[in-house]
Design a protein around this ligand. Structure first.
Ligand code: TPP
Ligand code: SF4
Ligand code: MG
Length: 244
């Protein structure tokens, strides 16, 4: 029988711990494909987050380091500055990057660190039980906003890509989504471009924000979660290239 779709070598051949319909596995595959297509597996180092993707090092077959919650850009800075020939990427959730780690990502971009950041925005703190994140949209029910997020009590959703795009040290910022085959293809292009910039020695930080489904804590089946990204999330987090 002819193989029409195969596992890319940098994605390990093992089951993941993710819930059915979770976006993390799709994002891992896009990163692994990119690493294989660019031929950089032997010189790439990844940084795994604290969050549901804490075990990313079990799935993406490159050297990886686990760091404290939100601190990936600081660790990536040290790794890239001391190993300029390596390709350094961080993989961070919205709790990790847009809550506890807000200062780290803003200052890493401000310093024009030559790193690649994959920012998985699923609008909740998944790992800890679905609490509100800075990226939770208005009206969204979470474990800590049982009546829906209210701007008077919890403020507005934080659009971190727009914030970063104004910094001169952020050379490429794009937002994409995992809500359909077409969007997943666009996300792949964006992730590949972000890695290519670093491979080519571009002087600055590149970040790809990925709107990613969390059916478990959005309390809906996987197919509905894909629709919810298209209908609700994209209104707040418009897709496209913000910089570069
Ligand atoms: C210093 C510190 N504070 C809080 C926590 C608890 N904690 C673990 S994961 C997490 C949030 C994870 O959410 P996110 O980064 O959005 O990742 P997701 O699970 O949604 O992919 C929090 C608050 C921690 N591990 N360390
Ligand atoms: S809780 Fe959400 S983000 Fe975490 S593995 Fe399950 S679906 Fe994915
Ligand atoms: Mg999250």
């Amino acid at each position: 029988m002819r193989t029409v779709f195969a596992r890319t070598p940098t994605l390990k051949d093992c089951p993941t711990h993710y819930c059915p319909g979770c976006g993390h596995g799709i994002a891992h595959r896009l990163i692994a494909e990119t690493i294989d297509e660019l031929g950089i597996r032997d010189r790439t180092i990844g940084i795994a987050p604290v969050g549901c993707a804490v075990l990313a090092y079990d799935y993406i077959d490159v050297d990886m380091v686990e760091v404290a919650h939100g601190r990936a850009p600081a660790v990536a800075t040290g790794m890239k500055r001391t190993n300029p020939d390596k390709i350094i990427f961080s993989y961070q959730g919205d709790g990790d990057l847009a809550a506890i780690g807000t200062a780290e990502i803003i200052h890493a971009a401000h310093r024009a660190e030559q790193i690649t950041v994959i920012f998985i925005n699923n609008a909740v703190f998944g790992m800890t039980g679905g609490q509100m994140a800075p990226t939770t949209v208005l009206g969204q029910v979470t474990a800590t906003t049982q009546a829906g997020r209210d701007k008077r009590d919890q403020g507005y959703p934080l659009q971190i890509s727009e914030l970063l795009a104004v910094l001169p040290g952020a050379i490429y910022v794009e937002r994409c989504a995992l809500s359909s085959v077409q969007q997943i293809r666009n996300a792949k292009k964006a992730i590949k471009h972000a890695f290519e910039l670093q491979v080519n020695g571009a002087e600055g930080l590149s970040l790809v924000e990925v709107l990613s489904p969390c059916p478990t804590y959005w309390r809906m089946p996987p197919a509905k979660a894909m629709e919810w990204i298209e209908k609700e999330m994209i209104k707040v987090f418009p897709l496209g290239r913000l910089k570069g």
